[in-house]
Design a protein around this ligand. Structure first.
Ligand code: SAH
Length: 211
């Protein structure tokens, strides 16, 4: 993105540094991204607070700390192609698209997908492919992916997603119902090694029909 960072976005990046985020490209992407454009005007004044906020349809834009944390985890494997499940507002996609060559993102609510696509286009982020579909299935025809990030909580790790990882690829996903653990699952050949990162809170990864 070819813009000057706003002071508010810069301050948000600083507070994420204070909270323990140390990956410089991630902090720069946060400082460069106008989070208020991913929210209704009425919530604009809260855009640079480190909190999750409603985006309509019962969904939320994730807390900036967790966006940055999940992003720094997947960047460790230097991914070329990344799949995001749960496009939502498009904010996480905006961060990722500045840091990886190719991003694919799947959303099951059409109206959110349309809005996110418009916002990302306006920010001149053109390395993103959008799919209206069920994230439990991933996006096999575009795969395999070096990293997959799920931004909604699943009851269990979806088999279809781990199958779409390259060897050495990483899946980051919140798993659980009331209390969720953020898991990092690394593919090692036919083996999948799982590591718990921290306790998190996400809206559920819906199982079933498209909205
Ligand atoms: N990454 C988003 C977070 C949005 S909240 C952001 O930065 O704003 C989670 C999103 O996951 C919601 O938009 C919700 O509609 C979507 N979602 C839930 N279940 C899904 C499923 N099975 N397939 C695809 N998207 C799903």
């Amino acid at each position: 993105m070819d813009r000057l960072a706003s002071t508010s976005a810069l301050n948000l990046a600083r507070s994420l540094y204070e909270a323990g985020i140390r990956d410089e490209p991630v902090l720069k992407a946060v400082a460069n991204t106008p989070r208020e454009r991913f929210l209704d005007a009425a919530l604009g004044h809260k855009a640079y607070e480190n909190t999750a906020l409603p985006i309509g349809q019962g969904q939320t834009i994730s807390q900036p700390y967790i966006v940055a944390r999940m992003t720094e985890i997947i960047l460790q494997c230097k991914p070329q192609k990344v799949l995001e499940i749960g496009t939502g507002s498009g904010y996480q996609a905006a961060i990722l698209a500045q840091l990886v060559p190719q991003l694919c993102t799947v959303e099951r609510i059409k109206s959110l997908q349309i809005q996110a696509r418009q916002r990302l286009k306006k920010l001149d982020l053109h390395n993103i492919a959008f799919k209206y579909g069920d994230g439990w299935q991933g996006w096999p025809s575009k795969g395999p992916y070096d990293a997959i990030m799920v931004t909604a909580a699943a009851a269990s790790v979806p088999t279809a997603l781990v199958e779409q990882l390259t060897d050495g690829g990483v899946l980051v996903i919140p798993v659980g119902e009331t209390s969720q653990q953020l898991l990092k699952v690394t593919r090692q050949g036919d083996k999948f090694v799982s590591e718990a990162i921290e306790v998190v809170r996400f809206v559920p990864l819906i199982n079933g029909e498209l909205a």
